[in-house]
Design a binder for this molecule. Structure first.
Ligand code: PEP
Ligand code: MG
Length: 584
C-alpha cells in the first residue's frame, strides 16, 4: 500500500531507492558495499563472529554450572539458552546472508539490517513474553557486532555510492531511514552509499539537516514516524523539494517522480554553466559568494561551485565522536592547512569550535541530573572554549599556524558579552606569544565575530570596535530571538526567518557594519535560501556564505536582481506587520 509522509525539506531534488532502516543505536556500525568476490569472505566473518559468541556463552554456562546452585541465578541459565537458540535460528542467519549476497552489504550492516526486520516482527506480536524477547535478540546481535569490531573486514576501503566498483545487483539506490541522526552520524554517512535520507525528528536548520544539505542529497527531516512506517527494503521516494516521502509508490507515481528527477538533473546542468559567471547584479553590484564547509575535503566542492572563499568552516566536526580524545594542535593545524591549501589562495574563515546544543562532542546522553537543562542555552560555542582555555589555545595556535599558508579569517561563535570578547582576544595574544616562544611560524588573521544572539545584534558598535568583520548566524539568531529550539520539529512552524524582529536585527547589523566600512556577511541557512536572496540584497548584504550546492541557484537570483529597486522594497518588507505576504 502506498503511503505519504510529510516532513520538512532539507535539500532539494528527488531520490528513489530501497529503504535501509537503521536504529539510532546502531548507526555507528560500518555501512559499505562489498564486491561480489568478497561475499564468501564476508559470510565467513559473520560465521566466525557467531561461533565466537556461541563459545562465549558456552564458557559462561560452564562457569554457572560450576557455581553452587544457590549462587547461580536460575533466570540467567534460561536466558543464555534463549540466546543460544537465537544465534542458531535460521531467520537470523539466512536473513543476514540475504543482505550480503543480494544487496552486497558488509557483514555488520547486513546483521543490523536483519535485526531491524526481526525486531519489527517481535513488536507486532500479541504475546508480551515474545515481545520482550526483542531485547535478547538485540543483546545477541550487539555481542556479534562487538566481536566483528575487533576483527577488521578484509574489505579494505568502503566502496563509494555511485562510481564505485559495485556489482549490478548493488546498483539499486539506497535511502537511509532513521529515527534520528546526530551531526557526527551524518558526517560518517557523508562518504557513504546513500542517495537520500529521512529522519523522524529534526527541524530545517538543525545541524543534522545542515550536514545533509552539504551532502547535497535529497532529504526530509521531521517526518515523525517514518522509521516505524517504512520497512526494510521498501521502495521509497524522497521528494526533497516538497518535504514528502512516498512509500511503496504505484508505477504511475514512480514514473512521475522519475520524470521530476530527470528535470532536476537538467536544471542542475543548466545552472552549472553559471559557475564562471561573475556574481554581479543588474546594476553592477559585485556580490561575494562564499562556501560553508564541515571538513577540509569540502574545499573541493566549494571550488567546483565557484566559491570566492570559505565563509564558514565549522571546525567542531573535527572534535565530534572521538570519545573525549580531542584533536591535538598538529592534527588541527594539518586539517586547517588542508582547507587553506584546498582553496588555492582564496580566504578561509575558520570558526572556532561550536560544540554543545545539538552538536554534542559524543553521543553520550545528558549527564545524570542534567536532563532538565537546555543545552542550547548552556555551555556552548565560545562559552565552552573559554571554560576550557587550554583546549582553546590549542585551536588558536593551530589556526594561526595554518594562516602561514594562505589567507585565514578567524570567526568566533555565539559571543554575547564584552567580557567574552576581551577574554578571546587575550587568549589569541597568548597563543601568538606561545608560538613565538616555540619559534613556530604563523600568519596574520582577520578577526570576525558571529552575530547569532540578539544581545550581540543589539550591541553591534561594541563588536565593530574589536573585529574586522561580522558574520550573521541566522540559524541561531532566529532560534534565540524567537525562543524556538531549531532542532525541535514540534515548534518548527514557529521558526520564522521572516519574523519582523529577526529581519530588523539582521538589517540593522548589516547597516551598522557597512556604515563603518567593515565586512558583513550572512552564513546561516538564510544565505543559501533563494527565496531570501532579494531581500538580503535589498537590506544591503553583499556577502553570502552557504553550502556549495546553493551557490549557483543563489547566483542565478543575483544576476536577475537590481539592488536599487530592491532597497525600497526591502524597507516596506521591514516595516510590514506580516512580511511573509510581501515575499514571492
Ligand atoms: C548559525 O547559527 O546561523 C550558524 C551559521 O552557525 P551554526 O548553524 O553552526 O550554529
Ligand atoms: Mg550558530
Amino acid at each position: 500500500m502506498t503511503i505519504s509522509i510529510h516532513g520538512f525539506t532539507v535539500s532539494r531534488g528527488v531520490a528513489i531507492g530501497r529503504a535501509v532502516v537503521v536504529a539510532s543505536s546502531r548507526l555507528d556500525v560500518a555501512h559499505y558495499l562489498i564486491k561480489p568476490e568478497q561475499i564468501d569472505a564476508e559470510i565467513e566473518r559473520l560465521r566466525n563472529a557467531r561461533n565466537a559468541v556461541i563459545d562465549e556463552i558456552g564458557r559462561v554456562q560452564q562457569q554457572l554450572a560450576a557455581m553452587a546452585t544457590t549462587d547461580a541465578p536460575p533466570e540467567l541459565a534460561a536466558l543464555l539458552d534463549v540466546h543460544l537458540l537465537m544465534l542458531q535460528d535460521e531467520t537470523l542467519t539466512n536473513g543476514v546472508k540475504h543482505w550480503i549476497t543480494e544487496r552486497h552489504y558488509n557483514a555488520e550492516w547486513a546483521l543490523s539490517t536483519q535485526l531491524e526486520v526481526i525486531v519489527r516482527q517481535f513488536e507486532e506480536m500479541e504475546d508480551p513474553y515474545l515481545r520482550e524477547r526483542k531485547a535478547d535478540l538485540e543483546q545477541v546481535v550487539e555481542r556479534m557486532l562487538r566481536v566483528m569490531r575487533g576483527v577488521a573486514s578484509p574489505v579494505a576501503a568502503p566502496a563509494t555510492a555511485q562510481g564505485g566498483p559495485l556489482a549490478p545487483s548493488a546498483d539499486v539506490p539506497l535511502v537511509l531511514v532513521a529515527h534520528d541522526l546526530s551531526p557526527a552520524d551524518m558526517l560518517q554517512f557523508k562518504q557513504s552509499v546513500f542517495a537520500g535520507f529521512v529522519t523522524d525528528v529534526g527541524g530545517k536548520t538543525s545541524h543534522t539537516a545542515i550536514v545533509a544539505r552539504s551532502m547535497d542529497i535529497p532529504a526530509v527531516v521531521g517526518a515523525r514516524s517514518a522509521s516505524q512506517l517504512i520497512r526494510q527494503d521498501d521502495w521509497v521516494i524522497i521528494d526533497g523539494d516538497a518535504g514528502v516521502v512516498v512509500v511503496e509508490p504505484s508505477p504511475v507515481v514512480l514514473a512521475e517522480y522519475g520524470f521530476k528527477q530527470r528535470q532536476g538533473e537538467l536544471e542542475r546542468e543548466r545552472l552549472a554553466r553559471l559557475r564562471n559567471t561573475p556574481a554581479v547584479t543588474l546594476d553592477g553590484q559585485q556580490i561575494e559568494l562564499l562556501a560553508n564547509i564541515e571538513q577540509p575535503e569540502d574545499a573541493a566542492a566549494a571550488l567546483k561551485a565557484g566559491a570566492a572563499g570559505v565563509g564558514l568552516f565549522r571546525t567542531e566536526f573535527l572534535f565530534m565522536g572521538r570519545n573525549g580524545r580531542l584533536p591535538d594542535e598538529q592534527e588541527q593545524y594539518e586539517a586547517y592547512r588542508r582547507a587553506v591549501e584546498g582553496m588555492q589562495g582564496r580566504p578561509v574563515t575558520i570558526r572556532t569550535v561550536d560544540v554543545g546544543a545539538d552538536k554534542p562532542l559524543d553521543r553520550s546522553p545528558a549527564r545524570a541530573g542534567e536532563e532538565h537543562l537546555n543545552p542550547a542555552l548552556g555551555l556552548r560555542a565560545i562559552r565552552w572554549s573559554l571554560a576550557e582555555p587550554a583546549m582553546f589555545l590549542v585551536q588558536l595556535r593551530a589556526v594561526l599556524r595554518a594562516a602561514a599558508h594562505g589567507p585565514v579569517h578567524l570567526l568566533i561563535p555565539m559571543l554575547a558579552h564584552a567580557s567574552e570578547i576581551r577574554q578571546t582576544l587575550a587568549l589569541l595574544d597568548k597563543a601568538r606569544q606561545q608560538l613565538d616562544e616555540r619559534g613556530v611560524a604563523y600568519g596574520p588573521l582577520r578577526l570576525g565575530a558571529m552575530i547569532e544572539v540578539p544581545a550581540a545584534a543589539l550591541m553591534v558598535p561594541v563588536f565593530l570596535r574589536h573585529f574586522d568583520f561580522l558574520s550573521i548566524g541566522t540559524n541561531d539568531l532566529i532560534q534565540y530571538t524567537l525562543a524556538i529550539d531549531r532542532a525541535d520539529e514540534a515548534v518548527a512552524h514557529l521558526y520564522d526567518p521572516l519574523h519582523p524582529a529577526v529581519l530588523r536585527l539582521i538589517a540593522s547589523t548589516i547597516a551598522q557594519a557597512r556604515a563603518q566600512g567593515k565586512g558583513v556577511s550572512v552564513c546561516g541557512e538564510m544565505a543559501g535560501d533563494v527565496g531570501m536572496t532579494r531581500l538580503l540584497l535589498g537590506m544591503g548584504l553583499r556577502s553570502f556564505s552557504m553550502h556549495p550546492s546553493q551557490i549557483l541557484p543563489v547566483k542565478q537570483q543575483i544576476l536577475r536582481s537590481d539592488t536599487h529597486k530592491l532597497e525600497a522594497w526591502a524597507q516596506t518588507v521591514l516595516d510590514a506587520e506580516d512580511p511573509e505576504v510581501l515575499i514571492e
